[in-house]
Design a protein around this ligand. Sequence first.
Ligand SMILES: NC(=O)c1ccc[n+]([C@@H]2O[C@H](COP(=O)([O-])OP(=O)(O)OC[C@H]3O[C@@H](n4cnc5c(N)ncnc54)[C@H](OP(=O)(O)O)[C@@H]3O)[C@@H](O)[C@H]2O)c1
Length: 317
Amino acid sequence: MKAMAIANFGSPEVFVKTEVDKPTPRNNEVLVKVYATSVNPADCGMRQGSFGPRVKLPAILGFDVSGVVEAVGENVKDFQVGDEVYYAIAHEEGGGANAEYHVANESTIAKKPRNISHLKAASVPVAGGTAWAALITRANIKVGETVLIHGGAGGVGTFAIQIAKAAGAYVYTTCGGYDTDFVKSIGADRAIDYRNEDFINIIMQETGGQGVDVTFTTVSGDILAKSLVVTKAEGRAVTVTGVEGDLNIAIFKNITVYFTHLDQTRPKLDALRTLIERGQIKPVVSKTFSLHQVAQAHKTFEEGGEGVRGKIVVQVV
Ligand SMILES: NC(=O)c1ccc[n+]([C@@H]2O[C@H](COP(=O)([O-])OP(=O)(O)OC[C@H]3O[C@@H](n4cnc5c(N)ncnc54)[C@H](OP(=O)(O)O)[C@@H]3O)[C@@H](O)[C@H]2O)c1
């Protein structure tokens, strides 16, 4: 089968076309013909070599999959040939979606939302699953609560805004000034330009000095530490990125701080599918590249900024 692999770590130019054996499903595994995948920060980190020795070269990267089941192992119960499925490849497996086929354990995959294309579906598992894990599994947001989502125009952020709205929250979000109208169009109540405005001043002023119930940090650096200033006493703060700075204010304010890593499971994907099929979540794909253009997809993703909203997807078929 055709694949795009990396033979060395480094810049996006390390991708090379390759031919590898088509995998065979065993026991509880399914063989999925990959229609589309997407670019996530973890793909770029792996490509750069920042995941250490667990990535063995040559490596096929890519965590998100939307595709069709082509064969099933003898113990598979819930899926059959022809099913449209979507999933995130288990992180410990190190990716592998930049290829025509992938083999997955049936416990990690779910039926794809019927009302969206494979291109849109491939944008959901990692980013949507991460937003779900942060806001629902960890922060357990409630109707009427106020939530601050950093990076609202990004992959995780666009899902987080829509999940928070579906859960009945009032949503503050930070984004580039060029994206304020966009984040409002997907449900944000208040958009703050992170390049030109101070989210701490704005939120403290607009909440009468109280702050918000929940903060969600999708941007590395000292954003979590700063967010604790605007998290209410007894509130919750969730981060999915590494952090810098002093978190001790959380002690005095009795804030619960969650560090979350995606554990992709079928119930999370089933819940996201329900919201997508109801139209409460609309995956945002701003750019599409072919499998052979995956280097360009990585480059565009890493440049970010104006014009890169939601997800960048890679069409495999
Ligand atoms: N723990 C996990 O399991 C897990 C899973 C998935 C992702 N993550 C992490 O989550 C983070 C976000 O991932 P992603 O896929 O959403 O990335 P992404 O698509 O690149 O989105 C990041 C967004 O943050 C914005 N941004 C940059 N600096 C900002 C700042 N100072 N304040 C507010 N917004 C800012 C960017 O806007 P501009 O481009 O306009 O600057 C961009 O829209 C990454 O660090 C990733 O590693 C963790």
